[in-house]
Design a protein around this ligand. Structure first.
Ligand code: SAM
Length: 229
């Protein structure tokens, strides 16, 4: 799986890509991530990537031409044409089903905005999808791009040590995961539920299922009603 990211802050990515799952997946050749500086696709003496908004208002808007040139140029490299995604709070919201769908693509090209956002012609004419990572506004699309890269990479076969761990977690069955505990069995008088210490697999499974449902009903009634009607 290949990810390309277009950003005005390439340096943003060095920390997150150099540890944990993403580092391992890249070292194993399961994922490759290429970070591109949008200014490399800008023209003029000042390599300008933003300008004032038509109609007035605060801040700056990212210009369409450098983004167009970046998409054209990056789509032409490599064997696969990328699915081109604009990170935007106005996009459809990322969920685990979307992450699974992206994990079947061979290549994603992620466009990070900054400032007041991106000239709307990018969303209208240049990208395949507009994607939001949630109902809040970040200062830029870099963290959103990293969220996509991590959520998708861990679903690619070979990226996670034990493939069972991504099959039985939150959202996969439409509900949240069950609570997990580890040693010690008691800490400051807070015990581990006795079902988990029972050694009885059927009892453990029943308890986990009940807890997953209960937590979903309390914390995410929207998910619970979606599954249970
Ligand atoms: N004025 C825009 C609005 O209200 O919709 C917000 C622009 S935001 C400050 C700048 C950039 O951050 C966006 O172009 C986008 O790339 C990124 N961004 C902010 N929030 C995001 C979110 N929830 N999901 C994905 N990208 C986001």
């Amino acid at each position: 799986m290949r990810f390309d990211v277009v950003t005005i802050f390439p340096e943003f990515f060095s920390g997150p890509l150099s540890c944990g799952l993403l580092k391992r997946a890249m070292a194993a050749g399961v994922a490759s991530v290429f970070i591109h500086n949008l200014r490399d696709y800008a023209e003029g003496a000042h390599l300008q990537v933003d300008d004032t908004p038509y109609g007035g208002g605060p801040g700056m808007v990212m210009k369409p031409e450098p983004i167009w040139r970046a998409i054209e140029s990056l789509s032409a490299v490599g064997e696969e044409k990328p699915l081109v995604i604009l990170l935007s709070p106005q996009g459809s919201r990322l969920d685990q089903a979307t992450a699974f769908r992206y994990a079947t693509a061979r290549r994603l090209l992620l466009i990070s905005g900054r400032y007041e956002g991106v000239d709307h012609r990018v969303a209208e004419h240049m990208v395949d999808e507009e994607l939001s990572i949630g109902d809040y506004v970040l200062a830029g699309g870099e963290i959103a791009a990293l969220v996509v890269i991590e959520a998708v990479t861990r679903l690619i076969p070979g990226a996670v040590g034990n493939p069972d761990s991504v099959k039985a977690e939150s959202f996969v069955e439409g509900i949240l995961d069950y609570p997990q505990y580890t040693r010690p069995p008691e800490f400051r008088r807070w015990g581990v539920p006795e079902e988990l210490l029972s050694g009885n697999h059927a009892r453990v499974d029943r308890w986990r299922h009940e807890q997953a449902e209960k937590r979903t009903r309390i914390n995410r009634p929207d998910l619970f009603h979606h599954v249970h009607g």
